[in-house]
Design a protein around this ligand. Structure first.
Ligand SMILES: Cc1ncc(COP(=O)(O)O)c(C=O)c1O
Length: 112
């Protein structure tokens, strides 16, 4: 078996570290109307535009979440039914799908 998941420890590219450090240098609330808040809002919206360009989406289609589990929950609650998910998915996908009434589809290996 070849295990391809970094298990939440994927190394970051230097460009990503630099961009994150710039964000940490401005730890302000982007919803605040003062100068620091406006700077944070600008960084947030610039990031949203760059990400949208990278994946061929519109900026208002990019939603930032605090974790993978929150992203999975958000996405699963936004899609139409029927909801089919593979049995090998992360528990945040499986549990949410179960609660939403989705079908869990067993996934066998290519050798089975
Ligand atoms: C595929 C997948 N989904 C969701 C998660 C959960 O992410 P988080 O710990 O950020 O909620 C992980 C964590 O490793 C994952 O590998």
């Amino acid at each position: 078996m070849t295990y391809l998941d970094y298990n939440a420890t994927a190394p970051l590219m230097p460009e990503v570290v630099a961009a994150m450090q710039e964000g940490w240098a401005h730890p302000y609330n982007p919803s605040s109307v003062h100068a620091h808040g406006r700077k944070a809002r600008q960084l947030l919206e610039d990031s949203r535009r760059i990400l949208a360009d990278a994946i061929g989406a519109w900026p208002d289609e990019v939603i930032f979440t605090s974790s993978g589990s929150e992203a999975n929950n958000t996405a699963l609650r936004a899609v139409d039914r029927p909801l089919l998910v593979g049995a090998s998915e992360h528990s945040s996908v499986l549990e949410t799908a179960r609660r939403l009434g989705g079908d869990i589809v067993p996934v066998g290996s290519a050798r089975s």
